[in-house]
Design a protein around this ligand. Sequence first.
Ligand SMILES: C[S@@+](CC[C@H](N)C(=O)[O-])C[C@H]1O[C@@H](n2cnc3c(N)ncnc32)[C@H](O)[C@@H]1O
Length: 391
Amino acid sequence: MALQRELMLNDAQAQHAERMQDFLAHQIAAAGGWLSFEQYMDMALYAPGLGYYSAGARKFGADGDFTTAPEVSGLFGACVARQCAQVLGALGGGTILEIGAGSGRLAADVLRRLETLGQLPSQYSILDISADLRERQRLRLAQDVPHLLHRVRWLDQPPDESFAGVVIANEVLDALPVTRFRWHGDRVEVLGVIIDAGRLAWAARPASTAMAENCGRLAIAGGAWGDGYVSEYCPRLSAWTHDVTRSLRAGAALWFDYGLPRSQYYLAERHDGTLMCHFRHRAHGDPLLYPGLQDITAWVDYTLLAEASRAAGFALSGFTTQSYFLAGLGVDQEMQRLAGDDADQFARLANQARRLMLPGEMGECFKVMAWQRGTDLPLAGFSLQDFRHTL
Ligand SMILES: C[S@@+](CC[C@H](N)C(=O)[O-])C[C@H]1O[C@@H](n2cnc3c(N)ncnc32)[C@H](O)[C@@H]1O
């Protein structure tokens, strides 16, 4: 309640919240009074016209809910472009497919830098579930790189035609709906959502044998969970990543997100899981508050993502922190290039680099993983430190 008082809604948001509450109450009743958290998160994010990514809420920037690395600084996109240039150069050209392009900032920065590097992709495809954000991306690219707009196309589903190039996804995997469970040693519960006295509330049910066995494997990886340990895992990560990369014949897929190797993800100390919600730049842990109006995320289990690379027919070719990735791609040279002789601009960029790279900011909790197929390049972003051995 205290959080609710602090995060008061305006009239439009209150109406949206009411419609979402009615929708969820209907769905819960239709499902027999209980929805798994995975189903709930799916609806809260993607229900047509109501979900956070399907409705028109402003998500990015000062009046939005969160700030991502491309929004913090053009340095991020410049370094990602340098990584793409290495792959496109080795392939003799190709396509970039960006999944979940947000405001379009990363696409604009990557295209601009690739142009100066003489490595423009023949096409820059964007696959984004949000119609509202697709429109924002179009406006942004038309404003920032109008002469390159003809290279950009928006897809409704992963491409069917095979292509060579690079797939990029920054902060998309964390939105894939997760299963939430509670561990009691001798039994496991799956957490879900009910309506109690007219409000959304948590409710547990016994987990299936298959789910309990999976949780048992995670418990072995993390170790020494106490009674009541709560965490998550993402059952659809492998199928989803396979699907969006299936047409990449040759090249690299780059995944950026916050997350950990499995043994650290499931440490006993992290006994309340990794769910994180974002509403007006306030990060909190209550996903039942304002469904449809707030982003709901869970950290990525990078060991699972490494396993998914093999299942999708890729070689795992790098795993590092955002900080080492940017440093390996010459973020310092990019600062010099962007600032030129302007000392004030250099100071601004140095501040932005600190936000992207310091351990207490985005530098360490955000990781980057690379998959390759049809190429075996020593990718520059992983040249300083590669933590694959921790997976
Ligand atoms: C947190 S934002 C990140 C945006 C951008 N990559 C950035 O770093 O600023 C998540 C983006 O992924 C998109 N998205 C979420 N789930 C998706 C899905 N299942 N398929 C495709 N796009 C998705 C959202 O519409 C949004 O553009």
